[in-house]
Ligand binder design. Structure first.
Ligand SMILES: Cc1cc2nc3c(=O)[nH]c(=O)nc-3n(C[C@H](O)[C@H](O)[C@H](O)COP(=O)(O)OP(=O)(O)OC[C@H]3O[C@@H](n4cnc5c(N)ncnc54)[C@H](O)[C@@H]3O)c2cc1C
Length: 504
């Protein structure tokens, strides 16, 4: 009897599945991954998009998680300086507020000193009567702290991990659902279904990784032969996007009377991102959507701080996602642990690794821990390598963004400044390969609206598994904020007319 085709088969193309697949292929395992939808279409594109230690988690004594996440900020920034960059947060406070100033100061002191901060500037105090950050806020906020964390384009972080894994030889399948996985003769027999054609086939592997995010229990109770149990608590979080509420590059951290916090973050040049909420969720995570109650909550929480209130009429877009938090029996959604838990289930020699919880910020470390467990079961290969690696397009110095913009503008002088900057932010050094031999705007092909042209759409279809207009408009880019319905429909028709092609 022949051995299995793959060492490791990963269910789920969110950040955790793609991160594990990339790490594993780089160590020399044979790896396959199936994502039933688009990469990142689950939780990983619906986050607040912060590479952060999680200041709030200190209140829940999550020191291990916060320290690991703080240390990861600069590691990830160096891996992908195009899609990750530092962000300063302004945390206003007033006498008699939600938390005393000394407690916030202590939290920020720990935040600055728990580890890993080399380039990110430390916390400082602000006099909001003088600092421009005070401008858009109510005058009662006379004081604030300003501290460092990072921003990430979450959907691109996922697809770049998938791309790099595929470039290193992994079999990466989009729109392919795992319909069953059975243990047979000491290995896994996994049946997958192409979601476009309905075609099914069987793949074999020595070890299975269940990185299905909020579907992790669903996979365990249905597709996969395993000891099912309720392992995760599903918690919905929603965000609203409104027209720019304030100038400048800094974000705000607002404390609410219910002890929760929300962020107001500069977003896509012309907008402000406000979120998030925290409420228990039931049902299929693909159906998650913002409720009127959440809209009301976010508008009124932000309006406590901004002198000009935020209203439901200001909302231009919203999105929601479901966190899968390891069920540690906490009574409130906001108190459930944000740390991840990896558990191996083994029977008849075919091991299954289940991934519960996790954050974007800690995905690389989660993958390293997963590889330790995988090594224990099927034999160790290679050694940890991702800390010093670069994601596709990220091979330039951490502080080199402006230099990249200058170089691209010099090579393609017909691009507008905004277009050049967007391309460098999305593709980094790969922007030049995307633009190729273009010598004028016309060479970029059909203009779909905003600064989206056929050349980029074709690149995303051939290099990044984009298949539907929404993959491009709401995940690979955020051009959905700028295209009209008619322009969106045309993009959909254009993409549907391209014969099905496998991503190289
Ligand atoms: C509102 C909100 C805000 C957040 N903000 C932050 C933040 O600012 N910073 C941060 O670090 N973290 C943040 N997080 C956490 C972070 O987004 C998640 O921890 C992370 O994205 C989880 O990734 P995942 O790969 O486990 O899950 P997912 O991204 O959901 O991926 C799982 C994938 O599995 C696929 N799948 C399921 N079943 C099958 C099957 N049978 N066959 C094939 N594929 C299948 C799904 O389609 C899905 O794409 C936030 C989360 C939420 C909800």
């Amino acid at each position: 009897m022949n051995g299995p085709e793959f060492d490791i088969f990963v269910i789920g193309g969110g950040i955790n599945g793609c991160g594990i697949a990339r790490d594993a292929i780089g160590r020399g395992y044979k790896v396959a991954l199936a994502e039933m939808n688009d990469f990142g279409a689950g939780t990983s594109s619906g986050s607040t998009k912060l590479i952060h230690g999680g200041l709030r988690y200190l209140e829940y004594y999550e020191f291990r998680l916060v320290r690991e996440a703080l240390m990861e900020r600069e590691v990830l920034w160096a891996m992908a300086p195009h899609i990750i960059w530092p962000l300063r947060f302004v945390l206003p406070f007033q006498k008699g507020g939600v938390r005393p100033a000394w407690l916030i100061r202590l939290g920020l002191f720990l935040y600055d000193h728990l580890g890993g901060r080399k380039l990110l500037p430390p916390t400082r105090s602000l006099d909001m009567r003088r600092d421009p950050a005070g401008g858009p806020l109510k005058p009662l906020f006379t004081k604030a702290f300003e501290y460092s964390d990072g921003w990430v384009d979450d959907a691109r972080l996922v697809v770049l991990n998938a791309r790099d894994a595929a470039d290193k030889g992994a079999l990466i399948l989009a729109r392919t659902k795992v319909v069953s996985a059975r243990r047979r003769d000491g290995f896994w027999s996994i049946e997958i279904e192409d979601q476009a054609s309905g075609a099914r086939r069987v793949i074999t592997a020595r070890m299975l990784v269940n990185a299905a995010g909020p579907w992790v229990d669903h996979v365990l109770s249905g597709a996969v032969e395993a000891n099912a149990r309720r392992n995760v608590r599903l918690v919905q979080g929603s965000h609203i996007v409104v027209k720019k509420k304030f100038e400048g590059p800094r974000a705000y951290f607002f404390q609410n009377p219910d002890n929760r916090i929300i962020f107001a973050i500069p977003y896509e040049q012309d907008f402000t991102l406000i979120g998030t909420t925290d409420r228990d969720f039931e049902g299929d995570p693909k159906d998650v959507k913002i409720s009127q109650g959440e809209i009301g909550y976010l508008c009124s929480a932000a309006s406590e701080y901004f002198s000009e209130p935020v209203t439901a009429q200001d909302i231009v877009w919203s999105y929601s996602a479901v966190r899968s938090l390891y069920d540690d029996g906490a009574s409130k959604a906001q108190e459930a642990t944000r740390d991840y838990v990896l558990k191996v289930d083994e029977a008849n020699g075919a091991p299954l690794l289940n991934v519960f919880g996790g954050k974007l910020t800690t995905y690389r470390r989660l993958a390293e821990h997963a590889l330790e467990k995988i090594g224990e079961k099927i034999g160790t290969r290679g050694s940890p390598w991702t800390a010093k690696s670069r994601l596709p397009g990220g091979d330039f110095p951490v502080l080199g963004y402006e230099e990249q913009v200058r170089a691209l503008a010099a090579a393609y002088p017909f691009l507008t400044d905004a277009h050049t900057r967007r391309l460098v932010r999305s593709y980094g050094t790969a922007a030049a390969a995307l633009l190729g031999d273009a010598r004028s705007q016309r060479d970029l092909g059909h203009h779909f609206g905003s600064d989206l042209y056929a050349r980029e759409v074709d690149w995303l279809m051939t290099r990044e598994w984009a298949f539907r207009a929404e993959d491009i408009l709401w995940r690979r880019t955020k051009q959905g904020l700028r295209l009209s319905q008619e322009e969106t429909n045309f993009l959909e028709e254009y993409m549907a007319a391209v014969p099905a092609r496998s991503v190289g």
